[in-house]
Write a protein that binds this ligand. Sequence first.
Ligand SMILES: CC(C)(COP(=O)(O)OP(=O)(O)OC[C@H]1O[C@@H](n2cnc3c(N)ncnc32)[C@H](O)[C@@H]1OP(=O)(O)O)[C@@H](O)C(=O)NCCC(=O)NCCS
Length: 202
Amino acid sequence: MPEAIEIRALQPDEIPLAVGVLARGMRDNPLHVAVYGADPDRRLRCHARLIRALFRTSSAQRPIAAVRGGTLVGVTGVAPAGTCQPGPARKLRMLPAVAALGPRTARRVLGWTSTWAKFDPDEPHVHLGPLAVDAHLQGQGVGSKIMREHCARLDDAHEVGYLETDKVENVGFYERFGYWVTGEQPVLGVPNWFMRRESAAR
Ligand SMILES: CC(C)(COP(=O)(O)OP(=O)(O)OC[C@H]1O[C@@H](n2cnc3c(N)ncnc32)[C@H](O)[C@@H]1OP(=O)(O)O)[C@@H](O)C(=O)NCCC(=O)NCCS
């Protein structure tokens, strides 16, 4: 019998493991190829650096972990309403990590994040992401378990959900959980979709 997957809050001491899962899980996403370049190792290193800085500077983050047999197999960042867009102080704290990516990649990251910021809804919303299942474990139901927990929390709290994605197969995945595309915009030539979820009426 396959080992059960536990879905729970990510503990602060698990953040380094979560950074690894997210960097490996998203290594080949089209947007990451466009932003970080053709070298897969560089994509891993760059994204790990960015995610580490994101967690370090976003104290409001409430990430959800999927754990199987004591191993972290999937994780998502969850920014509570009103916390997803960084103010000037948080941007400043992120800056060294962005600058360390090198000028060309830093410019691309800033272009990417400013496009996403433009589409960010004005209404209060819980912002999902980054979400990934470890690279060798995708397609086994882990991501769906994380999404079920996340959406149950949204429904319990009557909150609107929101996310961005750069893969058309993910659009279908998120639609299964009640998200709908509200906008589409290429980032560095890669299609990106913006998706919103209304809380289920209770
Ligand atoms: C998207 C992701 C979180 C889904 O989690 P998962 O555990 O692989 O998905 P599940 O097994 O629960 O559900 C499978 C569905 O996910 C979607 N999917 C997206 N990417 C997939 C992948 N790389 N492998 C398998 N399924 C994928 C498909 O719709 C699939 O449905 P199908 O089996 O009917 O084709 C995971 O595949 C992943 O980490 N992908 C790479 C990183 C990424 O794109 N993250 C989301 C950024 S917005």
